[in-house]
Design a protein around this ligand. Structure first.
Ligand code: 9Z3
Length: 319
């Protein structure tokens, strides 16, 4: 009975959201990555991370965006790899990246020192030395980054626009469907609910000489629905629910589980998202909290989220 609605999402995706030219190539890479790691006894998690860009013109000058930094996705990727998972990291271009995230606020030129070389303008011979006080924990992060790179545990895939995100997520879901319940989807990206369809988008820059601008935005199709029912029906799927009003959060999280029939919703409020989340399943509800003591010890909430979800994934597979 639900078929017509699902196929209409497929149709909508094809018609109203520009298809990235490299989508098939990326899909094949993701499928090969998943096959290889499952053959080596690892599970695979697809993490989405960062915000989406919604263009207002097809030769885009202006766009809508949102707050997401990508920190949740980037730090979770590290904890998943520490737990033995291989990670496909579908992230917004220039959002926070695993390991590098710890140094994102640092000006590289303040962290390096050039010595030797003589005269001011002419010579560049000399030594460049890292100041580890400016880059705390750089040795530890670099070591782990090199390990996961050599082990090919991390497959980064970038998106910028909402269209790229939607098509790449669909490709990922289809690529991971071949590994069944060994696949986890961890949908932490902050995806726009609104967009302007390609057919209604002006080609050129909107002219301010035409006066005040009124926008009419369509609803983005709920991609979780075909993902769970059609594209990767055996996978373990986690969505995130974000609100600014804590009073409606849990109700919305439960409603999402009822509607999409996936396994877990991680519910969070914008201002407290680094210190408090609720992991909601159809049968359970677990509050995860970071105390001041935890902060002093560099414990991050993503470590607790990932620990909770890897156990739940275990149970899901064995049942
Ligand atoms: C989240 O709720 C993530 O936890 C955050 C992480 C985006 C808040 P940061 O990137 O923040 O570390 O700065 N992601 C999902 C947010 C979302 O847009 N969910 C939609 C909704 O709540 C669709 S499931 O309706």
């Amino acid at each position: 009975m639900a078929k017509p609605r699902i196929s209409s999402i497929d149709g909508k995706l094809a018609e109203e959201f520009a298809v990235p030219s490299h989508v098939e190539e990326v899909k094949e890479k993701m499928a090969a990555f998943a096959r290889r790691h499952v053959a080596a006894g690892r599970r695979v998690v697809l993490i989405t991370s960062g915000g989406t860009k919604v263009p207002l013109e097809s030769r885009t000058v202006r766009f809508l965006d949102n707050f997401s930094s990508g920190r949740r996705g980037a730090s979770s990727a590290e904890y998943f790899m520490d737990s033995g998972y291989a990670v496909i990291f579908l992230h917004r271009h220039r959002s926070l990246y695993p390991y590098a995230r710890m140094f994102s606020n640092i000006n590289m030129l303040d962290a390096l020192k050039f010595s030797g070389g003589g005269g001011a303008s002419s010579s560049n011979s000399g030594e460049v030395v890292v100041n580890q006080q400016v880059l705390p924990n750089i040795a530890k992060a670099l070591k782990r980054y090199q390990e996961v790179t050599e082990g090919e545990l991390l497959l980064p895939v970038e998106f910028s626009t909402l269209s790229e995100y939607l098509h790449l997520l669909k490709a990922a879901a289809k690529a991971l469907s071949t590994i069944g319940s060994e696949a986890m989807f961890y949908l932490a990206a902050a995806v726009s609910d609104f967009y302007i369809p390609a057919s209604e988008m002006p080609e050129h820059k909107i002219q301010s000489s035409n006066g005040p601008l009124q926008l009419s935005l369509n609803m983005v199709p709920k991609i979780l629905s075909p993902l769970v029912k059609d594209w990767a029906p055996r996978a373990f799927v986690i969505s995130f629910k974000l609100e600014t009003d804590a009073a409606i959060l849990l109700d919305k999280a439960r409603r999402a589980l009822d509607t999409y029939r996936h396994q877990v919703v991680v519910a969070n409020v914008l201002d407290s998202r680094r210190g408090y989340v609720v992991v909601v399943t159809p049968e359970t509800q677990a509050e995860l909290i970071i105390t001041e003591e935890d902060v002093k010890n560099d414990v991050e909430i993503e470590e607790r989220i990932v620990s909770n979800l890897t156990s739940a994934h275990n149970k899901f597979i064995t049942q």
